[in-house]
Design a protein around this ligand. Sequence first.
Ligand code: MN
Ligand code: MN
Length: 337
Amino acid sequence: MYTPYEQRKGEIPFASAEYISFASRNSFLGVPAVTMDELGDGSVVILGAPFDWGTTYRPGARFGPQAIRNADYGAMDGYRPHLPTGIDPFEALGVVDVGDVYVRPGELEISIARIADAVEEVCASGKVPIVLGGDHTITWPDALGVARVHGFGEVALIHFDAHADTGFTQNGSLYGHGTPMRRLIESGAVPGHRFVQIGLRGYWPEPEVMEWMREQKMRSFLMSEIVERGLPAVVDEAVAYSLEGGAKGVFISVDIDVVDPGFAPGTGTPEPGGLGSRELLDTVRRLARDLEVLGADVVEVSPPYDGAGEQTAYLANRVVLEILNGMAERKAAAPER
Ligand code: MN
Ligand code: MN
């Protein structure tokens, strides 16, 4: 699959804004916009993957990165302490934005290869990549890129979603937003026992796939279990499960459709009955504080289906911020980490 890409690798630039019309032209909340050669001393790198050719239903997630970057109401002039903690995560961590990966419209495998290489390069420089999607296809190359640096089997994956995304194929293709978790498990990048899923509901996947997931020892918390036991108890167990067996750290993947479409309508495959916005924000911050985050992505934001108040884009933006806040709290508690 890599041959055509490898041959052309050198001639394809990273930042896509001048090549594809839907790429972002500004940085996340105005953090320094840099090239891959200028990542600097900070610890977090934002990158976008404006990719939606892996969707099965409503498209539009190609506009996700620019909408998430822009969802804000005024520059803070680089001064943004979080009210509950008093910490400015940008100052505490050092955050830059390298723009969007040049994914190639219509070229699924080349796009996936480019995303994996970009994430790998960020990790190899000792930094934490946070990828703005894009449909959920991208978690396959996102977590693969992290695993190439931190080790296959060494990274746990905490996956927020209405859907399991463990399909074997999707319309005959191995790649798409319904299959990334299967690819990660089968490749060995993230084995099944390193998976925690939160928020599953609805009518997919079918029983055979659920059985396969159990065989892989994935820990999947359905919404029904969350309602029955309460979210804090489930998150306690998720934290414990992801630390079991000595994983180096976690990759947090947030499919925005884990949140109820009443709060987050701007998404491709909405499934009623999900988490509230507040619940998701509090949970990702806690996870980023209690666990070593090695990478993250926020996916499936489809701005054309968003509400007039752009609430889905704002929520996704704050999910990124809460991950940063949790990481900053962790660093403040143990600065040497
Ligand atoms: Mn998903
Ligand atoms: Mn989903």
